[in-house]
Design a protein around this ligand. Structure first.
Ligand code: UFG
Length: 365
């Protein structure tokens, strides 16, 4: 029996695959490699000393998906694939609805056809909207402020309807807070496309000299130091949260939402200070206007996940900063370039050489 991870080549997906392999699961990855990177999966195999089955497959390609379910006995699906940039979603809403909502429908139809009814869905704390006052628990009212958030909320609702129509489904909705950090090996980490819109990758790129200074969006929020407060969670803790959710959905039916956060709020300035301590580098910054759509403070009440999934985050902010820095220092260009036999090989060549590109191509990495 295998676990299918959609979006397994991305930032969260690669860390999740490493944890799944290490826990003994057989893992099948479906990724369209628009944001994910094949090199990340090669490194996952290296970390775990085990191999994965990898398919270049877009979820909208239902024939491709069927091929995967025909090739493997899939026991459960962990569905991470999707577009995730809030700003881009405002510019390109249709692309977000097509990828995140229609892509999920295609996956669910294929799962139903193959009688696979166990699903862990990657949702986001963004479904709590802008009015929730923290600590945020799962029973809070939901509301969204941008198309990206709406795709997450709509899929949560679709999954609720699906479960109501057929109670044999077993579904966990995981509402992530702010994942940062990297694997302690320094081999996999976050590799944003273009200018990072999230705080931590921006900080690490300033630290390494790729960007001049950090712009801090607002210093007049009603928080301890005027800067925005978030619940940063180590990406490996986030990954282990998925494993616990997987255990639960395999053991019992139902649909439930869980916050994956630490329960602690950290301000932008506190994160900058912690990063400076971990890296020994100074992060020049400047205060600028608030970013539209940002809330003052958001952090989780993670007690439901502790109670029902027997999971809690164990890594603190210092470990998150140290691991993010180790990754950035060892991989200044992310996965874009790497050395093999002294030669630099470009990412595109790797993608095409290790993955079959037509139809359902299983790649050996
Ligand atoms: N920030 C800066 N400068 C930057 C980037 C961010 O000051 O260059 C600040 C933001 O204003 C905010 C904090 O750093 O106060 C964190 O910002 P991020 O962009 O890293 O994260 P967000 O909380 O805004 O967004 C994250 C995810 C979204 C998700 C959202 C709500 O990236 O996908 O949480 O759950 F929708």
């Amino acid at each position: 029996m295998s676990i299918l991870v959609t979006g397994g080549a991305g930032y969260i997906g690669s860390h999740l695959c490493a944890e799944l392999l290490e826990a003994g699961y057989d893992v099948v990855v479906a990724d369209n490699f628009v944001n994910g990177n094949a090199e990340s999966l090669r490194r996952v195999e290296e970390i775990a000393h085990r191999s994965l089955s990898v398919y270049r497959c877009d979820l909208l390609d239902s024939a491709g998906l069927r091929g995967i379910f025909e090739n493997h006995r899939i026991e459960a699906v962990i569905h991470l694939a999707g577009l995730k940039a809030v700003g881009e979603s405002v510019e390109e809403p249709l692309s977000y609805y097509r990828n995140n909502v229609a892509g999920t429908l295609s996956l669910l139809e294929t799962m139903r056809r193959f009688e696979v009814r166990k699903l862990v869905f990657s949702s986001s704390a963004t479904v709590y909207g802008s009015t929730a006052s923290p600590p945020i628990s799962e029973g809070f009212s939901l509301g969204v402020t941008n198309p990206y958030g709406r795709t997450k909320l709509v899929v949560e609702e679709i999954l609720g309807d699906l479960h109501a129509s057929d109670p044999r489904w077993s579904i966990a909705l995981l509402r992530y807070f702010n994942p940062i950090g990297a694997h302690s090996s320094g081999r996999i980490g976050e590799d944003p496309c273009g200018v990072p819109s999230n705080l931590m990758p921006y900080i690490t790129q300033v630290a390494i000299g790729q960007r001049e200074e950090l712009r801090i969006f607002g210093n007049d929020y009603p928080t301890l130091d005027g800067t925005g407060v978030r619940d940063y969670i180590h990406v490996v803790d986030l990954a282990t949260g998925h494993l616990q959710a997987l255990r639960k959905i395999v053991a019992s039916r139902g649909i439930d939402a869980y916050n994956l956060g630490t329960g602690y709020g950290v301000s932008v300035l506190q994160l900058v200070k912690a990063f400076e301590k971990a890296s020994g580098r100074q992060i020049p910054f400047r205060f600028v206007e608030r970013r539209p759509g940002d809330v003052a403070a958001s952090y989780a009440d993670p007690s439901k996940a502790a109670r029902e999934l027997e999971w809690r985050a164990t890594r603190g902010i210092d470990a998150m900063c140290l691991d993010a820095w180790r990754w950035q220092l060892g991989n200044p260009m992310g996965y874009a370039e790497m050395r093999e036999g002294g030669q630099i090989i470009h990412e595109n060549r790797i993608r095409h050489s290790v993955l079959a590109v037509s139809g359902v191509g299983e790649g050996s990495l």
